[in-house]
Design a protein. Structure first.
Length: 70
């Protein structure tokens, strides 16, 4: 042992548990794609990007329809 008292060891274990819980919570938040996507949709900064993506999608669908009818 390194000369720690049982109280010191217990305090160190408690601190490590808190750090691990925080790390797990952060990883969970990063991997929650649904929530992150919803937050990105609500962010006004992303509206021009979303509008451009929607316009591109509409244009692509229109082009496919036009090519099939001509």
């Amino acid at each position: 042992m390194n000369g720690q008292t049982p109280e010191q060891i217990e305090a160190e274990i408690a601190q490590q548990r808190e750090e691990l819980a925080a790390t797990v919570s952060e990883l969970h938040a990063r991997l929650d794609v649904k929530s992150r996507a919803g937050a990105a949709l609500k962010d006004p900064k992303n509206r021009p990007v979303l509008a451009a993506g929607a316009a591109a999608l509409i244009g692509a669908v229109g082009l496919v329809i036009w090519r099939r009818t001509h």
